[in-house]
Design a protein around this ligand. Structure first.
Ligand code: SAM
Length: 849
């Protein structure tokens, strides 16, 4: 049996009230909005609760805010619009609408490349699936938690309740805590099931260069990173790389924060309008003189994910606001931006490469109309792939072949129906009709529109079942394909094979809605197609469209935003050398983490004069900043200070086989406080970028590997290791390594600081005390005979520590320590919430244990 933790709901109201006191100026407004939001949330919980006891009295919510209104899950315009568009069959309409009003089941994905994959899966199966089942099966059914059958490797799971119910149900508290913690350390990503689909259709390989054009908040980027890191050996990096881009700087911050959990050297986060994502072509004369012919001469990608900004009405089940906001012009407003972004994606795609176009909208103007336009513009350079054999268990429907365009309440079948003064807003490309002169497309003229129509309601159809459909688009000359955008026909159905697009509809699998199309590039775009990509003007400027998107999309909300604030996350390259106030005010915490930069403060110094390059100095850098073309973003600089590198190499005993040349970077205003490590593939891109005059605006790159400290313990190396980069470097380290017994290792994780004399294994205490002060690595000693076998064993557990005057101090964040304690030692009671940060690395000498 379950019971709602009513006090939690009340606590939310109290918190909201409490915030009011603290609010000043504009924040007061936000406080009011938040209270309204909480009241709405309570009411919504009440409405949707499957259990009468889950019903906090709406009166209580009303008391807190007199303007409280129950959420209205209705919108007549929405219903009329989609009925007219026939996005589902008439008989299905009620089922469709009723599912839209139900809470969305919570779903999550396990990180395929995480270290404790087996432990997490077994915990899910044993601790939660079996044991919780008896407790909650009355309410949520026997299968209250089950894997999504279509997701490879049983790595994605679905719950029989929404995220809200998960938060509010007492019996699920430990499960909720588990999900929160695992998300924080990067083992789990809480993501809507349908949103997991597009990356799966990219068929990513370990050597692929991948562009994620509109990437924030980064759940799909994270998936792509998982794919490329799945089969890595300890210390070896894949050849692949991901460039994750987003136009909005604030959303780039979120993207950086979320992808940091992956600790990857193979990621570049960029901040461009995807419509104009740079090509970075090297001049011909340069490529001819370049000896290394394997180096990229132009930025091109094997895979492009084009998950474009959209009206987002496919998320209506979780964004209740959408019911109120939705109007029929939303889809129209995004259409051309989507076409332009996707055309840029096609231009950047290698011949033979795959691009996935996707939206979380149900609107054909943002979906099939965009794909049809891409096919028209690209002519025989691309084909729409039939992927019906891939992910066969995923229930999906074919794309529509007919739709209409609604302009201010009037329906138009063709562009000719559009009133004269609206013709530049309602574009020809929004209509299915086109008189394609394209031979390849002409093949589809034979397809009976009725056949496609009826097929659009059958599930998981096979393209082969369509007798006369042929996807060969070859043999069309460039001059013919250049004429493809001809919209003069009066026919209503599209001539493109749009049934190959995929629509995921909410009532098929009790999820959200999504649209996916997979495009294969057959030959380079010709010049006129390329020019068109650059020249198309939107009746709405990009700024306006982004503004629209802000309006329609839920803001980056609380938990993630709060975390970013707590951890002082900003785009690493943005700003003016200033840390956020919160971060600056943090006194030294002796933890480092992939989630935070908390180690700053006393362990680092700004008064060390640092030479950026062999010849450079601070003045040189300031000049460089002034020259740098991207305002507000710090340039990425290759770290080439030989003296510092030699010192680090010798201090930690880093083997020559670990490539450092050209693989260390820093940011210009960072004063080389942090040094990041990049993969070979990233290095090559950065080199090309330098050669082409910094065309790529880089917000974040690589994995943090070294951080400068300012300890006065007498350490001979100015840098310490970062836990984020440890797994990569450790197999190549020969010095500064200590081996602790399980008892001492566990104690270190629990206490953070231990006096040398207090280790259970006295010999370990002596070894620690005889080590020179400074950063070191403590390895869990278990069954290993020699250093080589330890280093190359992927299951080796090691942590970054600081050997102080008389103590050993752990430099690992609380969530990471919790993870190690739980999965390595089965210790579940570790609660770090109340843990106070240590004030000072020297103060640690008192020792906590
Ligand atoms: C649908 S969301 C992407 C979701 C993301 N792929 C994920 O799975 O987490 C669309 C994103 O596009 C970004 N965006 C909007 N206009 C853009 C543009 N012109 N170029 C690049 N990104 C843009 C928005 O900031 C937003 O983060």
């Amino acid at each position: 049996m379950i019971a709602l933790r009513t006090p939690v709901s009340l606590r939310h109201l109290v918190v909201a009230g409490g915030q009011r006191k603290r609010c000043i100026g504009g924040d007061r407004k936000r406080g009011r909005a938040q209270r309204r939001h909480f009241a709405g949330a309570l009411e919504s919980l009440w409405r949707h609760s499957p259990h009468p006891r889950c019903s906090p009295a709406p009166a209580a919510a009303r008391q807190s805010n007199s303007s409280w209104q129950p959420p209205v899950l209705e919108n007549t315009a929405f219903e009329e619009y989609y009925k007219e568009q026939q996005i589902v069959h008439e008989e299905e309409w009620d089922a469709f609408m009723s599912v839209l009003r139900k809470p969305l089941p919570a779903t999550f994905r396990i990180n395929a490349s995480c270290r404790f994959l087996g432990d997490i899966c077994s915990k899910l199966e044993n601790d939660f699936r079996r044991s919780l089942e008896c407790e909650v099966s009355d309410e949520y059914g026997e299968d209250f938690i089950s894997p999504l059958t279509w997701y490879p490797g049983n790595l994605a799971w679905r719950l029989n309740f929404s995220r809200k119910q998960l938060r509010k149900t007492e019996a699920l508290e430990s499960f909720h805590e588990f999900l929160k913690h695992e998300s924080e350390v990067g083992n789990i990503t809480r993501q809507e099931a349908v949103s997991m689909v597009p990356p799966l259709f990219l068929n990513v390989q370990p050597d692929h260069h991948i562009l994620d054009m509109c990437a924030a908040p980064g759940s799909k980027t994270f998936q792509l990173l998982e794919f490329i890191h799945q089969s890595k050996e300890p210390g070896l990096l894949p050849r692949a790389l991901v460039i994750a881009n987003d136009f909005k700087a604030q959303r780039c911050d979120l993207l950086i924060h979320n992808t940091k959990r992956m600790c990857t050297a193979n990621l570049i986060v960029t901040n461009h309008d995807a419509q104009n994502f740079p090509t970075c072509s090297l001049a011909k004369d340069h490529s001819e003189t370049d000896k290394d012919h394997h180096k990229p001469q132009r930025l091109e990608f094997d895979r492009v994910l084009c998950d474009v900004p959209c009206s987002g009405d496919g998320t209506i089940r979780k964004s209740h606001d959408m019911w109120r906001k939705w109007n029929s012009s939303m889809g129209n407003e995004f259409h051309l931006l989507q076409v332009n972004i996707a055309m840029r994606g096609i231009a950047l795609l290698k011949v033979g490469g795959r691009m996935v176009y996707s939206t979380c909208s149900m609107n054909p103007i943002e979906n099939e109309a965009v794909v049809a336009e891409l096919l028209r513009r690209s002519g025989n350079s691309v084909e729409l792939l039939d992927v019906s054999e891939e992910l066969p268990e995923l229930v999906r429907r074919p794309g529509l072949s007919t739709w209409k365009v609604n302009d201010r309440g009037s329906w138009c079948q063709t562009h000719e129906d559009v009133s004269h003064d609206r013709k530049n807003v309602i574009l020809p490309s929004m209509f299915p009709s086109s008189k394609s002169t394209h031979e390849g497309h002409a093949v589809y003229n034979n397809v009976d529109a009725k056949l496609e129509y009826s097929m659009s309601f059958s599930r998981n159809f096979k393209i082969e079942e369509m007798s006369n459909v042929n996807c060969d688009t070859g043999g069309v000359s460039a001059s013919i394909s250049a004429q493809n955008s001809d919209y003069t026909s009066n026919s209503v159905g599209s001539k493109s094979p749009l049934s190959r697009c995929m629509r995921i509809v909410p009532h098929d699998q009790d999820g959200g809605a999504f649209f996916i199309a997979v495009i294969h590039k057959l030959s380079p775009l010709n010049e006129s197609q390329m020019t068109k990509v650059g020249k198309t003007e939107h009746p709405l400027s990009t700024a306006r469209t982004v503004g629209l998107q802000e309006q329609y999309q839920p803001e980056i909300t609380t938990p993630a935003k709060k975390m970013m604030h707590q951890h002082g996350i900003v785009s690493e390259g943005r700003g003016d050398n200033k840390l956020p106030v919160e971060q600056e005010n943090l006194s030294v915490d002796n933890q480092t983490s992939k989630h935070s930069n908390l180690i700053e403060g006393k362990m680092e110094t700004d008064d060390v004069k640092y030479s950026q390059t062999k010849s450079g100095d601070i003045i040189h850098r300031t000049k460089l900043d002034r020259q740098y073309k991207w305002k507000g973003i710090d340039p990425v600089l290759f770290f080439e200070d030989d003296a510092v590198i030699k010192n680090i190499v010798s201090f930690f005993g880093i083997e020559e086989t670990f490539s450092l040349e050209g693989r260390l970077v820093t940011r210009s205003t960072d004063n080389a406080r942090r040094i990041y490590y990049i993969s070979k593939s990233v290095q090559e891109i950065l080199e090309v970028n330098v050669q082409v005059g910094e065309q790529i605006k880089i917000a974040s790159v690589g994995v943090k590997m070294f951080e400068r400290h300012r300890s006065k313990d007498g350490c001979s190396c100015a840098y310490r290791l970062s836990y984020e980069g440890l797994s990569l470097l450790f197999p190549y380290m020969r010095k500064r390594i200590l081996y602790a017994s399980p008892v001492d290792f566990k104690q270190l994780l629990q206490c953070r600081t231990i006096n040398f004399a207090h280790f259970t294994d006295a010999r370990f205490g002596e070894e620690a005390s005889s080590l020179m002060p400074g950063c070191c690595v403590v390895v869990l000693r278990e069954g290993h005979q020699d250093a080589d076998s330890v280093a190359m064993d992927p299951s080796t557990i090691s942590i970054v520590c600081w050997r102080g005057k008389s103590t050993m101090n752990v430099l690992v964040s609380p969530p990471d320590r919790k993870e190690l304690l739980e999965y390595r030692f089965g210790f579940k009671e570790f609660n770090f919430e109340d843990e106070k940060p240590n004030k000072d690395i020297n103060g640690l000498d008192e020792g906590n244990c």
